[in-house]
Design a protein around this ligand. Structure first.
Ligand code: C2E
Ligand code: CA
Ligand code: CA
Ligand code: CA
Length: 277
């Protein structure tokens, strides 16, 4: 108990028991939360740096919990993964994302959607078959779907993950390495992965305006990516200066609050309309 000016100040610090209970509730309620519409997908636009054209969106999951309020994925995705429910999560997000792309196609728009994959999806041998089925169901061509995976995720069990990645790639799905520059970042290893795109981790992009080290990392990832024939995406673009520097370096795609925050579906439609108007 801290006192300030004689007044008692008690900060609310949840106990271990409360944290555990909250996690327990999150995982036991997850399926039902999806059925009840508490879980939704927000979309963040990705734009071409040279042309400023909107190329597609990244799907980011949200959970409006009746008791805990809005939960961000960093809080519940790890719990959902640990409980073995990642297939339920990915299945839901993938379906929503493909419905979204289908709607655009029906309006004559060609935009892609990127879905984040947990490592655990790459341990499921039936995953490529499930994805194929979903693409067929919504009549979406595979090249309009991107999967984003972290390198540490693939590194966790390359024996299992690599054949599944190759299968997804053979199907024509675009594969991206997320959060690049953090974790292992073995360059030799990047060459062996069947990937098309590399996403520079936002920590470097956020820091590049003030930190020469971050700037150097960003520059070398752009060069490395291009020398391997990959599309280079910068996430966490918040400032005009960062966007201009990235464009000058030849970075291909930008994503970040400067362009747009992740938006609920109706707000995304309004955003797209305002942009093309
Ligand atoms: P991520 O894949 O690296 O996603 C990018 C995160 O950066 C998102 O956080 C996004 O809202 C945030 N962001 C975007 N632009 C900016 C910016 O300009 N500045 C800053 N400071 N942040 C920006 P979010 O939505 O909270 O997601 C966090 C992480 O949760 C994601 O990181 C991803 O790893 C995971 N995640 C989200 N949706 C899913 C999903 O459907 N499945 C799985 N397996 N993981 C997901
Ligand atoms: Ca991502
Ligand atoms: Ca990322
Ligand atoms: Ca991340």
């Amino acid at each position: 108990r801290a006192t300030r000016g004689g007044e008692e100040v008690r900060a609310y610090v949840p106990s271990m028991g409360q944290i555990f209970l909250r996690r327990f509730q999150m995982v036991t309620q997850f399926r039902q939360a999806i059925e009840e519409g508490q879980v939704s997908v927000h979309y963040q636009p990705k734009v071409s740096l040279p042309s400023k054209q909107v190329l597609g969106v990244e799907a980011l999951v949200r959970w409006q919990h009746p008791e805990f309020g809005r939960l961000d994925p960093d809080e519940f995705v790890p719990a959902v993964e640990a409980a073995g429910l990642v297939g339920v999560l990915t299945g839901f997000v993938l379906k929503e994302a493909l419905i979204r792309v289908r709607k655009w196609m029906d309006e004559g728009l060609r935009m892609s959607v990127a879905v984040n994959l947990s490592v655990r999806c790459l341990a499921d041998e039936d995953f490529p078959a499930k994805v194929t089925k979903a693409l067929q169901e919504f009549e979406v061509p595979p090249e309009l779907l991107t999967f984003e995976l972290t390198e540490s995720g693939v590194m966790a069990d390359p024996q299992k993950a690599l054949p599944i990645l190759r299968e997804l790639h053979t199907l024509g799905i675009v594969l991206a390495v997320d959060d690049f520059g953090t974790g292992y970042s073995s360059l030799a290893y990047l060459r062996q992965l069947p990937v098309d795109e590399v996403k520079i981790d936002k920590s470097f992009v956020l820091g590049m305006g003030t930190d020469l080290g971050d700037l150097a990392v960003v520059r070398s990832i752009v060069e490395l990516g291009h020398s391997l024939g990959l599309t280079v995406v910068a996430e966490g673009v918040e400032e005009d200066i960062a966007r201009d520097q990235l464009e000058a370096m030849g970075c291909d795609v930008a994503q970040g609050y400067l362009i747009s925050r992740p938006l609920a579906e109706d707000r995304l439609d309004a955003w797209l309309q305002a942009r093309t108007a």
